[in-house]
Design a protein around this ligand. Structure first.
Ligand code: FDA
Length: 397
């Protein structure tokens, strides 16, 4: 320690002033713990501010372990039941924050997402929490207590909580510090990859694919046994929209996804009906009554022959159904961490207590939020995980 460095003693130091870190600080501070939150960014809760397109989808009415992906499907259950969506709603009500329910139970602020950051900062202040921003964490060590060195301060604490989030959106300050600290203490991490992310297609194999850019379809997208019914958006690079972001959490390179562009239509019956009622009308014209004309023309040019509907035989009808309702597509990749909403994988849940989030091998060291191998669906589930894991660790530190 240099002579200019000031040593500061806390009960709890939390690295990361995002959703999980701030909630943990509130929970621990309310118990009378002396808490400090450190962040390298100039302001706290940056991802909360951009969440939900600036309206922050802060939780969901229907939270269940099934909405999360993890190496251990049961790990999230304890925390989600101990700090539920209703507990967070109590805070929302305390601060009279205006919100609305959107599709699938998603709860969004009616005003700017900054109301959520203000709520967290007010609660931190009431709980006597210190927050130091623009802190470059240079080293973390443990002797009798944890020693944290930043560019001009030295901090000591009996409990160290890592709430540094995932790798998505590096330009907003995401780093791998949490994964590096885990490695330093011999704590295993599962493989990391971008989640809730758009999928790219090898467009050179898909003739004139870029012409579809901007089309949005209410579709059902599936990968193995998992499926999502939401909008699919065609982009220049590939596929996006909520249904694609959701399925991206389950997709791994080399896998197909299947898209049903007409999930509410019995296409077999519809074609038989057309063959009776409009036998001379071409497939393209008829399908364009159900879907975007540009998309219909493109799919037909790629997979089918266009002719009057009466001319299609049984096997050709099956081909039409396959093209529109079992459209198999092999993404070439994702748009990566620069565009992903979350990071899949992280600190191996087997290394942590699901009740306290303390590392089994390293007493006093805790991991919470997105840095852990628990990833939620789109829809407020990731923030609910941050609130729940943060609250529970805050009760234990
Ligand atoms: P979070 O990322 O919030 O916080 C980590 C903190 O650690 C940051 O403040 C960061 O600066 C700090 N940090 C990182 N490295 C550091 C270092 N080396 N030194 C010091 N500090 C460091 N979820 C949801 O439920 N509803 C939604 O509407 C959205 N919307 C959304 C939109 C976009 C564009 C993104 C990218 C993500 C979402 N999410 C979301 C996901 C959600 O934002 C995310 O899962 C939570 O913020 C995770 O909370 P954490 O506290 O774990 O990490």
């Amino acid at each position: 320690m240099s002579s200019a460095t000031v040593e500061q003693q806390y009960d709890v130091v939390i690295i990361g002033a995002g959703a999980a870190g701030l909630m943990c600080a509130i929970s621990a501070g309310q118990r009378g713990r002396k808490v400090l939150v450190l962040d390298h960014a100039e302001k706290v809760g940056k991802k909360i501010l951009i969440a939900g397109g600036g309206r922050c989808n802060f939780t969901n009415l229907w939270v269940d372990a099934e909405n999360y992906i993890s190496g251990n499907a049961h790990f999230c259950k304890s925390a989600l039941s101990r700090f539920s969506q209703y507990d967070f709603l109590n805070l929302i009500d305390k601060y009279q924050i205006r919100y609305e329910e959107r599709a699938h139970g998603q709860l969004f602020c009616r005003d700017k997402a900054s109301v959520i950051v203000d709520l967290l900062l007010d609660e931190c202040s009431l709980a006597g929490v210190d927050i130091h921003t623009e802190q470059d964490i240079q080293s973390v060590h443990k002797n009798e207590s944890f020693q944290i060195q930043t560019q001009n301060n030295h901090y000591c604490a009996n409990s160290l909580v890592i709430a540094s989030g995932g790798l998505s959106i590096p330009k907003m300050g995401a780093t791998d510090i949490g994964h590096r600290i885990a490695e330093q203490f011999g704590i295993a991490c599962t493989a990391l990859r971008p989640g809730l992310v758009s999928l790219t297609l090898n467009s050179s194999e898909l003739n004139n694919y870029a012409s579809l850019s901007g089309i949005s379809v209410d579709a059902s997208v599936s990968h193995k046994t998992q499926f999502f019914r939401e909008a699919v958006l065609f982009t220049h690079k590939g596929l996006s929209g909520p249904a694609i972001l959701q399925i991206s959490n389950y997709w791994t390179p080399g896998d197909h996804i299947e898209i049903n562009l007409l999930p509410d239509t019995d296409l077999q019956q519809q074609i038989e009906q057309w063959q009776q009622d409009k036998p001379n009308t071409e497939l393209k014209t008829l399908m364009s009554t159900l879907l975007s004309k540009r998309l219909v023309e493109w799919l037909i040019s790629l997979y089918l022959e266009n002719k009057p509907i009466r001319q299609y035989q049984k096997t050709e009808i099956q081909k039409i159904i396959n093209s529109f309702q079992h459209w198999q597509i092999m993404p070439s990749g994702t748009t990566g961490y620069s565009k992903a909403e979350v990071t899949l994988g992280g600190i191996d849940t087997h290394e942590l207590s699901s009740r306290t989030f303390e590392a089994k091998k390293q007493p006093g060291l805790y991991f919470i939020g997105e840095v852990i191998d628990v990833t939620g669906w789109l829809g407020g589930y990731n923030l609910q995980w941050a609130w729940a894991s943060g609250y529970c660790a805050g009760q234990a530190v």
